[in-house]
Ligand binder design. Structure first.
Ligand SMILES: CC(C)(COP(=O)(O)OP(=O)(O)OC[C@H]1O[C@@H](n2cnc3c(N)ncnc32)[C@H](O)[C@@H]1OP(=O)(O)O)[C@@H](O)C(=O)NCCC(=O)NCCS
Length: 158
């Protein structure tokens, strides 16, 4: 079941993200702030945070919204699947839901996703390529020396 998140999900979502071991400690701190800000104000600014739930709790989540001062440009800021559930289609289900929602309900044109260039993000980059994203830009040394930002892009209009 896919549903909107509530404030009582925050601890579980932060724990899930941390347990993937893909995110830096500073990103985990930022996630809690992002979720707090979402519940406080950003949900009213067309931001969306969804979770996919199985019998034993939340197995993945995504957070997305329109890029400010653009027409129909959206960004996926967070997507994560519980470590023991990765590689079983949960992320694909979430990403398709996000794309359909942006395209159909919000008439969004294009979706951008930022990720890292380091080797441990290779499976993540593969995941986006498999879903039809093109590597659109590389911002060299953006996160740190030798740690670049990879920007993926997908046109959503049919
Ligand atoms: C990236 C992520 C959201 C993908 O979700 P998922 O449920 O594991 O992916 P799916 O099962 O839908 O798709 C599987 C495909 O994604 C890729 N993939 C990415 N991460 C994978 C993982 N940990 N295990 C297996 N496949 C993975 C593979 O290319 C795989 O294709 P294959 O089955 O043909 O080999 C998830 O693995 C995750 O949370 N990773 C850690 C956090 C992260 O990188 N978030 C994105 C930050 S920008």
């Amino acid at each position: 079941m896919i549903r909107s998140i509530t404030p009582s999900d925050t601890d579980a979502l932060v724990q899930l993200a941390e347990a993937t071991r893909l995110f830096k400690p500073i990103e985990i701190v930022a996630l809690r702030e992002v979720l707090d800000d979402y519940h406080a104000v950003n949900h009213a600014d067309n931001h969306h945070a969804i979770a996919i739930e199985a019998n034993d709790g939340i197995v993945g989540f995504a957070y997305y919204g329109p890029a400010p001062m653009t027409e129909g440009t959206w960004q996926l800021w967070w997507i994560a699947v519980r470590k023991d559930q990765q590689g079983r289609g949960v992320g694909g289900t979430l990403l398709r839901f996000v794309e359909d929602d942006i395209r159909e309900r919000h008439k969004g044109r294009v979706l951008f996703i930022e990720t890292g260039s380091l080797p441990h993000y290779e499976l993540t980059r593969q995941f986006y390529r498999k879903h039809g994203y093109e590597q659109h830009a590389l911002l060299k040394d953006f996160y740190g020396d030798g740690d670049s930002m990879v920007v993926f892009r997908k046109a959503l209009m049919r």
